[in-house]
Design a protein around this ligand. Structure first.
Ligand code: G4P
Length: 535
């Protein structure tokens, strides 16, 4: 059916590493849960979002997340998925949904080969979906679309497709077509396999009944589709075939065409078809851009990069985990890899794979996989691990902090503890932290306002340290680059504006554009930048 024969060695070609992008509330958590259910990673639906005593996935461990119902931290989960022909390994990288956490999300998207875009059938393309889609577009990521909540009143199918095509400037090809809407929704016609999938409203976890249909004039259609829906359905299908592009695998891989499935995650409907789409359409682990050369998944030697660092994942163990996307090779536990930034060897003796309900030691992993490496702070976002080659992976974005606030410990005696906590979060990439050279305290820079609240909550939860964030006298931060002499000259004459970030790099803080213009004019030997390169 599809021109998607495996290109890579079997262990690698069966891997699918992807993320789900959506606007909050579209159904990402519910869909994730159903993925895990069909992947056999959890036994019972409800474990991912279960409240109270039940187990939680790694993406749901924080109190703040539970209180607010938002997912703050990204995590990765691995599970298997079988089609009749092949066995796949899915690596689902979770992305936080709230716009204030988009920094994390953007970086996460550098670690995946494809994205599933979930939209709500009644709401269509919402703001956060659009933003995340733009990031996927920058990387030409292939996108599979799932139009959720079809069990409820939804928009007209053509209208939904038109909106995606117009707002996101991507072609849409229907992989399935809904029959009936809202209360009358009975199921979908699988256009890729010519099957009728009927939704069971009585059992939410049951896989839908699937009936093979031989073309649209097969009398079996009339046996299963209520007469009042059949004509509209047939008309729509005819129009869709005439007006919408057919599946084109090359266009999908290039990110210019997205197949869309209609379904209802909560009713487990359409989820399997989407999973089969991910399996069959791919892509396989893709080459990763790096300097001086790109890295292909089938290279023998292991190479990978850190796209996320998370501290205190388990409040019981004060550990820090670096999430590494393996770009190439066959990794085995105990391997010695070179930490390229420090040029030091690192024995990776207790790497973890994240399975739905727990983490597990990773005895081995292949290109495309995400492994977690517990460490004491050596591994930072953007770092490369290789078998010796000095590779630098490119493309992990760094963001300009747009909001600055001063932070103080409720108890002034705890300033040292606060410093430690802040440094940890800075290394995780959760915030930028600046220590002013003459004033006391710290200034924290973030991209979205809610990040301050998350930080305050995490510092209290993870370090037992109540803190206050207060408005800062500064509103902009610029990293200062130049020769030591040129930078010193600027620093000495502008002490009240100078701070150092967690790496000790010099930062110029101000509230006036005028100050920045003045530095540019008076210090031609230095340059100011509003982001700091991660890689
Ligand atoms: P998110 O992670 O994208 O934010 O969405 P989530 O899965 O949490 O789903 C948001 C809400 O939409 C939840 O309801 C969920 O039950 C509901 N939902 C998900 N899929 C479907 C679907 O196919 N049909 C319908 N009708 N609803 C769906 P909630 O009331 O916010 O939470 P809960 O009380 O159900 O836990």
């Amino acid at each position: 059916m599809l021109d998607n024969a495996p290109q890579l060695p079997p262990e690698i070609s069966r891997r699918r590493t992807f993320a789900i992008i959506s606007h909050p509330d579209a159904g990402k958590t519910t869909l994730t849960e159903k993925f895990l259910l069909y992947g056999g990673a959890i036994q019972m639906a409800g474990q991912v979002r279960a409240k109270g005593e039940a187990r939680r996935t790694r993406s749901d461990f924080m109190k703040m997340e539970q209180d607010r119902g938002i997912s703050v931290s990204a995590s990765a989960m691995s599970f298997d998925y079988h089609t009749p022909e092949r066995e796949f390994r899915f690596n689902l990288v979770d992305t936080p949904g709230h716009s204030d956490f988009s920094e994390d999300t953007y970086r996460t998207l550098t670690a995946v080969d494809a994205a599933v875009m979930v939209i709500d059938g009644a709401k269509g393309v919402e703001s956060q979906t659009q933003k995340l889609f733009e990031v996927c577009r920058l990387r030409d990521l292939p996108i599979l679309t799932f139009c959720n909540k079809m069990d409820r009143e939804s928009r007209d199918t053509f209208e939904i497709i038109d909106e995606i095509q117009e707002n996101l400037a991507i072609d849409v090809t229907p992989a399935s077509w809904p029959i009936g809407r809202g209360r009358d929704f009975v199921g979908c016609y699988d256009l890729l396999r010519d099957r009728l999938e009927l939704m069971d409203r009585a059992d939410r976890n049951k896989i839908s009944e699937s009936i093979a249909i031989e073309g649209l004039d097969d009398p079996k259609l009339a046996e299963h589709v209520p007469a009042e829906l059949l004509d509209t359905f047939l008309e729509e299908i005819e129009m869709a075939r005439e007006l919408l592009p057919a599946m084109d695998h090359k266009a999908f891989l290039e990110g210019t065409l997205t197949p869309i499935w209609f379904g209802s995650a909560i009713n487990s409907f359409g989820v399997q078809e989407l999973m089969s789409g991910i399996a069959e359409f791919g892509p396989e682990p893709q080459p990763q851009s790096a300097s001086p050369r790109q890295v292909s998944a089938d290279e023998k030697k292991v190479a990978g990069f850190v796209f996320k660092v998370q501290a205190n994942m388990d409040p019981k163990h004060r550990d820090r985990v670096a999430f590494v996307r393996l770009a190439s090779g066959h990794f085995q536990r105990g391997m010695k890899l070179t930490h390229v930034r420090s040029k030091k060897p690192m024995a990776i003796s207790n790497p973890v794979l994240f399975l739905a309900a727990d983490r597990e030691l990773a005895e081995e992993a292949w290109a495309g996989d995400i492994i977690g490496i517990p460490n004491h702070g050596q591994l930072r976002i953007g770092d490369a691990l290789t078998e010796g080659e000095a590779l630098k992976f490119t493309g992990i974005p760094s963001f300009a902090p747009e909001l600055l606030q001063t932070v103080r410990a409720g108890d002034p005696m705890k300033a040292k503890h606060l410093e430690k906590a802040l440094m940890q979060f800075a290394e995780e990439g959760a915030a930028k932290v600046f220590k002013p050279s003459i004033a006391s305290g710290f200034i924290v820079g973030v991209v979205g306002a809610l990040q301050f609240e998350v930080l305050a909550s995490r510092i209290e939860l993870e370090y037992g340290l109540p803190v206050r964030f207060e408005p800062s006298q500064f509103t902009s931060a610029r990293w200062v680059h130049g020769t030591e002499e040129a930078v010193d000259k600027l620093v000495n004459a502008n002490k009240q504006h100078i701070a150092h970030d967690n790496d000790g790099d010099v930062v110029f803080l101000t509230r006036l554009q005028w100050d920045i213009d003045r530095v540019v004019r008076d210090y031609p030997d230095v340059t100011l930048s509003n982001t700091k390169e991660m890689m």
